[in-house]
Design a protein around this ligand. Structure first.
Ligand SMILES: *[C@@H]1O[C@H](CO)[C@@H](O)[C@H](O)[C@H]1NC(C)=O
Ligand SMILES: *[C@@H]1O[C@H](CO)[C@@H](O)[C@H](O)[C@H]1NC(C)=O
Ligand SMILES: *[C@@H]1O[C@H](CO)[C@@H](O)[C@H](O)[C@H]1NC(C)=O
Length: 493
């Protein structure tokens, strides 16, 4: 075809072809890199500060786990594309009641999308979060499709169906295989997955999957370490003609094969969560996280695709996660609280090029910290009863870095006590009674951090909440200039 055009063409055609070629080179079909913004935090940055952090890093896509009003209000008018979430616990109610679905859509979508000025750009609603996870033993799975049907109808009634798409983030445990080409959904899910994928397809929605090579490595001592990363592997997986050098591609193609098996091999795929934690386990460290995340971004933006989808990378990729969440359950492991590319206070943990225009991550600005003081153990006291204080402190505050594999493991017995005291003291916003511990605690103005083990200082709630002022001032400025221009014009006449 291209040859035929050339022979027929004059300079106009050539020029057009060049223009098209240039356009194609400049705007390849690229994956969008976004982030997950979870809020199970013990020290929570203000939503305005987080949204500024997204903007400063040119992050255009964000995935939430709920429809928290303060987050959505902060996202209004920014042009950032949003995926809101519905917790699994709400699915049964939404499945049984169209009226609840109407209310959910009104309160959590219409309010923000139909706003007269500065609407929120909500593109997706995640119906449940990994509702088919094996460890949920099927308790949510029968509600997913009925909830989607009710929500879809509610969106039609609210006239949002062309703006917002329903999706279901699935854990990669929804499918299995020894080699990617054999991929199939779990037998007990095959019916429900077929219906789900038909529903998604009829609405033009992508399939969303969360892929975690870290968990494969963490949970399996036989897992070849280099297969978890993107630097090539000395243990590649050979699958007929295809050879896989990294777990991400192998997992992705297992899903492609599973979709193909039920007749939807072309369905677009979005990665809802992928990332690497930096603390709380041996393989969770800064170097590994940087190498994994940078490798992932470069791999995806390289547009190579996978053996089963050459040249077609995932449509979007949401990194897990934007910020550490110090109040998450540690049932899966201590690393759960350390997934952020930024620490809880919005500071970059390591250099990372997101491929969005900045060479490195930019830190959060205007973070308001509590005063520079810490709570430590008073070494001159009798410490015989300290263990109970320590246990209580760590049951409420985060002490996950103290355990084996953590950045504070190895700071000694006294270090352990001080760390737990300080964690609790900062959680309590440095309330003076919270450093008492039966007279064993002591407030210090010298940073007790040791090596890689950071004794944190909490952040203040007030940070960034006085945001109404700048726009008013800038409007004032415009008026002043306008008045000045008018007056000079009038005077000139
Ligand atoms: C969303 O809507 C439901 C139903 O009206 C409501 O209970 C909930 O508080 C709203 N907000 C969030 C964060 O889900
Ligand atoms: C960091 O994790 C990687 C990946 O598992 C491991 O090979 C490496 O030894 C770890 N580095 C440190 C300093 O613990
Ligand atoms: C400090 O606490 C951690 C976690 O409980 C433990 O593994 C370590 O052995 C403790 N160190 C000392 C010296 O007691």
């Amino acid at each position: 075809m291209a040859e035929a055009h050339k022979s027929a063409g004059g300079s106009l055609v050539t020029c057009f072809a060049v223009a098209v070629a240039v356009a194609v080179v400049l705007s390849p079909v690229e994956s969008g890199i976004g982030v997950n913004w979870g809020t199970v935090a013990s020290h929570r940055l203000s939503p305005a500060t987080v949204v500024d952090l997204l903007k400063d890093n040119n992050i255009q896509k964000v995935k939430l786990f709920d429809a928290d009003p303060s987050s959505l209000e902060a996202l209004m008018g920014t042009g950032i594309q949003v995926m809101v979430g519905i917790p699994n616990e709400m699915l049964s109610l939404l499945a049984s009641s169209p009226a609840t679905a109407d209310m959910w859509v009104r309160q959590n979508l219409s309010r923000y999308i139909m706003a007269k000025s500065g609407a929120a750009d909500i593109r997706y609603v995640a119906v449940g979060n990994e509702p088919f996870l094996t460890s949920y033993s099927g308790q949510f799975q029968s509600y997913v499709l009925p909830a989607m049907v009710n929500l879809q109808q509610a969106m039609v009634r609210a006239n949002l169906q062309s703006i917002v798409k329903l999706v279901v983030p699935c854990n990669a445990d929804a499918y299995e295989a020894n080699v990617p080409s054999q991929g199939a959904f779990r037998p007990e899910l095959s019916q429900i997955m077929t219906e789900l994928v038909q529903f998604l397809n009829s609405n033009g929605s992508p399939f969303i999957v969360n892929i975690y090579p870290f968990l494969s490595l963490y949970g399996n001592s036989d897992f070849p370490q280099d297969y978890a990363f993107f630097e090539g592997s000395s243990h590649p997986v050979t699958d007929g003609q295809n050879v896989y050098y990294n777990a991400f591609d192998g997992n992705f193609d297992t899903l492609v094969a599973a979709l193909n098996r039920i007749g939807f091999g072309q369905m677009p795929i979005v990665i809802g969560e992928v990332g690497w934690p930096t603390d709380g386990a041996f393989s969770a460290n800064l170097t590994a996280a940087r190498v994994f995340n940078q490798g992932l971004i470069n791999h995806v933006l390289g547009n190579k695709g996978t053996p089963l989808r050459p040249g077609v990378p995932p449509m979007d990729v949401y990194l897990f996660s934007l910020l550490n969440e110090g109040a998450k359950s540690v049932l899966p492991g201590n690393f759960e609280r350390h997934w952020g590319i930024f620490s809880f206070d919005g500071q970059a943990k390591y250099p990372l090029n997101l491929g969005l225009g900045n060479r490195f991550l930019k830190n959060a600005k205007d973070v308001v910290y509590l005063p520079s003081r810490w709570c430590v153990v008073n070494p001159s006291r009798d410490l015989s009863g300290v263990i109970n204080h320590m246990k209580l402190a760590c049951s409420l505050a985060d002490c996950t870095t103290l355990d084996f594999g953590g950045s504070c493991n190895g700071i000694g017995a006294k270090g352990n006590i001080s760390y737990s005291f300080n964690s609790y003291y900062q959680l309590q916003k440095q309330n003076s009674q919270s450093c008492d511990f039966g007279g064993l605690g002591l407030v210090t103005f010298l940073d007790p951090s040791i090596g890689d083990c950071r004794f944190l200082v909490g952040i203040s709630d007030i940070g960034g909440s006085f945001r109404a002022q700048p726009p008013i001032f800038s409007w004032l400025g415009v008026w002043v200039i306008a008045l000045w221009m008018c007056s000079t014009l009038v005077m000139g006449v």
